[in-house]
Design a protein around this ligand. Structure first.
Ligand SMILES: Cc1cc2nc3c(=O)[nH]c(=O)nc-3n(C[C@H](O)[C@H](O)[C@H](O)COP(=O)(O)O)c2cc1C
Ligand SMILES: Nc1ncnc2c1ncn2[C@@H]1O[C@H](COP(=O)(O)OP(=O)(O)O)[C@@H](O)[C@H]1O
Length: 298
């Protein structure tokens, strides 16, 4: 997959060397079931018409620029995870447009001519409610009209789960109340975050406490106690996440693994959130006591 970073204004030299593509448009946080349907549709269209399968997404999230008071955005899939998901889905070319105030003030017509026709797109695919351009004024009808026949448009119909639109907002809401067990209905899988084991202590042969620092831009479920899986170097371990603490906007997890004897320290891990056990986590002052003694039971 070729990744092309674009900063406004898009350069003429970049535009001149683009082979014809079918282009999926959107932010795609989570790469959830609605996004997957849209991407699959784009892939099929690209194959049928011998076009490159391309995606155009933006960074950071428009909300960070349009509503900066709300602070830094936390993502379901930070850019690196999103790139991995696109690669798995067979995307051949990924355009990542820097979403800055200058770009956000582009009119819908200018976005279509400079960024869609500009990258030699022959077919655009976006969802029924897609909006783009200054104030989000452009929609699927203006897209067709402003394309002036230079590309065709496929509008993907709404995908829902028992009447609710599958959306990154719905997944964020489930995370905010800790209902991680319901997330697969929307995401197509359990919610997963990447991190690194900062500290670990082994006791009773194969029990461990881990302090896992989560990559900064991930969204974390509401405080509570959760059943999780922890994937470490191709092996999966059952765990309980007992505590989430925040420092300088970063989250650390205290995770207990009941049957793990491998050396976990400084390993990259994936934490997979299965089910909330209790809403309230214990009040702990800090994690240190779990790592200074050899044998502790919560
Ligand atoms: C050129 C351009 C300008 C945009 N300007 C605005 C804006 O001024 N206000 C706004 O709320 N959203 C703006 N957006 C964001 C879109 O409405 C939309 O949220 C974004 O493209 C992500 O789409 P998605 O969340 O539907 O995937 C703009 C998008 C584009 C492509
Ligand atoms: N449930 C859905 N059904 C169909 N298309 C969708 C759905 N959710 C998102 N899309 C489309 O996928 C693209 C990326 O959507 P985005 O706005 O990033 O997702 P979300 O609405 O989940 O935040 C857009 O073209 C959008 O219209």
């Amino acid at each position: 997959m070729e990744i092309i970073q674009i900063q406004h204004p898009i350069s003429d030299s970049l535009k001149s060397k683009m082979e014809p593509c079918a282009l999926a448009l959107g932010f795609f946080d989570g790469v959830h079931k609605g996004h997957q349907k849209l991407l699959q549709r784009t892939k099929d269209i690209a194959k049928r018409n011998k076009l490159t399968f391309a995606v155009m997404t933006f960074f950071p999230h428009p909300r960070e620029i349009i509503n900066p008071k709300q602070g830094k955005m936390k993502y379901l899939t930070p850019m690196v995870s999103k790139e991995e998901r696109f690669l798995e889905m067979g995307v051949e070319k990924l355009f990542v447009v820097q979403f800055d105030p200058y770009f956000s003030s582009l009119s819908p017509e200018a976005f279509v001519s400079q960024y869609i026709i500009g990258v030699n797109c022959k077919h655009v695919v976006a969802g029924f409610d897609y909006h783009y351009g200054r104030m989000g004024k452009g929609n699927m009808e203006t897209l067709e009209k402003d394309g002036k026949g230079k590309f065709s448009v496929t509008t993907v119909s709404k995908m829902d789960h028992v009447g609710e639109k599958i959306s990154s907002t719905a997944i964020r809401q489930l995370l905010s109340i800790g209902n991680v067990n319901l997330i697969p209905h929307f995401l197509g899988d359990y919610y997963k975050v990447k991190g690194m084991v900062q500290q670990s202590s082994l006791f009773y042969k194969n029990n461990q406490f881990l302090k896992i620092k989560i990559d900064e831009s991930y969204r974390i479920p509401a405080n509570g106690v959760y059943n999780v899986f922890v994937d470490i170097e191709g092996s999966r371990f059952n765990g309980v996440c007992h505590q989430v603490t925040y420092k300088n906007n970063n989250a650390s997890l205290l995770v207990y693994l009941s049957n793990c004897f491998i050396d976990t320290s400084l390993k990259q891990v994936n934490v997979i959130w299965l089910q909330k056990v209790f809403t309230k986590q214990k009040e702990h002052s800090d994690f240190r006591k779990y790592f200074v003694y050899d044998e502790i039971v919560i």
